[in-house]
Design a protein around this ligand. Structure first.
Ligand SMILES: Nc1ncnc2c1ncn2[C@@H]1O[C@H](COP(=O)(O)OP(=O)(O)O)[C@@H](O)[C@H]1O
Ligand SMILES: [Mg+2]
Length: 312
């Protein structure tokens, strides 16, 4: 169950200037870890200083993805750029509050280390509600929610009438994001940019997909997210994982371990489109846009005094 209440409030002033990108939703297998790795590598390739954080202590997919990349790079002397990676394991304590305190302290230490030395931090989250997951959503500047391209996965955002496809009720996750966004704006005037990414799209446009499209557009207005162009279902995304590669790496045979295909090129194009849709503050224009967003938020609601990061 997604809860929206927080006792701990990290403030932007404590995070420094690193832009925080969170990949989140409450469903496993929708592409959070894959997306996180692709964004991290894309930013590394643009010479940004990038850190990655894995909060999914059970799956550890991003941690393994980064490890695989390091290993594949060393094995072929490929010199692949690798993000500085952190992993926050779930704390095992007798009481929930002790465990949460420990997790909070751990994540705070990591963020403190990242904030001065990196331009971007990409946080991968588990597909379930947890204290750490809620915390991550509270410190996000950009939230990317990949959803599989079907009505079955749509319920991560809202419950939809099976016949009319009318939106019956927004999901707990969507409500939690709305609350996290509200809190964040009150705290330091930052407007969370929420981007929903349709993933694993089939190449055939069916009537069902057109309906999903319409529903998603309705919901985007209700909930205030942007919709990024989708990523297609491609076998190569599964093949990338064990060798730690992404659609943005060189497609030479000695790097890829096999001959590149048209699918590789098409995937690269889609990921590039995603990156540009994210409008991250990667250049002067991006910084100006982020500043404008912040100024806008200030006019909408004056931020309250900054709470202490460890305020109870
Ligand atoms: N666009 C895609 N096409 C094909 N397979 C994909 C795609 N995106 C993700 N996958 C695969 O789906 C599985 C789940 O993806 P993952 O990124 O681990 O999701 P999550 O982190 O949300 O659980 C992985 O095996 C991954 O390789
Ligand atoms: Mg994952």
């Amino acid at each position: 169950m997604w809860e929206t209440g927080f006792s701990a409030k990290p403030a932007a002033s404590d995070r420094g200037n690193a832009h925080v990108i969170v990949c989140g939703n409450e469903k496993g297998g929708s592409g959070k870890s894959t997306t996180a790795m692709h964004i991290a590598v894309a930013l590394l390739k643009q010479d940004h200083r990038v850190a990655t954080v894995d909060l999914d202590g059970r799956q550890l997919s991003l941690t393994r993805y980064v490890d695989n990349r390091r290993r594949w790079s060393a094995r072929g002397s490929l010199d692949l750029a690798v993000p500085q990676h952190f992993h926050v394991p779930p704390a095992r304590r007798d009481s929930v509050s002790d465990a949460e305190s420990e997790e909070f302290a751990h994540l705070s230490r990591i963020i403190a280390e990242i904030q001065t030395a990196h331009d971007f931090v990409v946080i991968d989250t588990p597909g379930a509600d947890s204290f750490l997951n809620r915390l991550a959503h509270r410190i996000a500047d950009t939230l990317i929610t990949p959803i599989n391209d079907s009505f079955i996965d749509f319920d991560v955002l809202a419950r939809v009438d099976p016949l009319s496809h009318e939106i019956v009720e927004v999901s707990q996750y969507a409500a939690a994001v709305r609350e996290a966004r509200r809190e964040r704006r009150r705290t330091d005037g930052t407007v969370l940019d929420w981007v929903v990414l349709r993933n694993r799209m089939s190449s055939i446009t069916s009537r069902n997909e057109q309906k999903i499209d319409r529903c998603l557009r309705d919901l985007s207005m209700q909930l205030g997210f942007r919709i990024a162009d989708g990523i297609s279902e491609r076998v190569i995304f599964r093949e990338f994982f064990p060798i730690g590669l992404t659609a943005l790496d060189d497609f030479e045979e000695h790097v890829l371990g096999s001959k590149p295909t048209l699918s590789h090129l098409a995937a690269r194009q889609e990921i590039r489109q995603l990156l540009s849709a994210l409008r991250l503050p990667t250049d002067e224009r991006g910084h100006r846009r982020a500043d404008a967003r912040r100024r806008y938020a200030e006019t909408v609601s004056r931020p309250l005094a900054m709470p202490d990061i460890f305020a109870g």
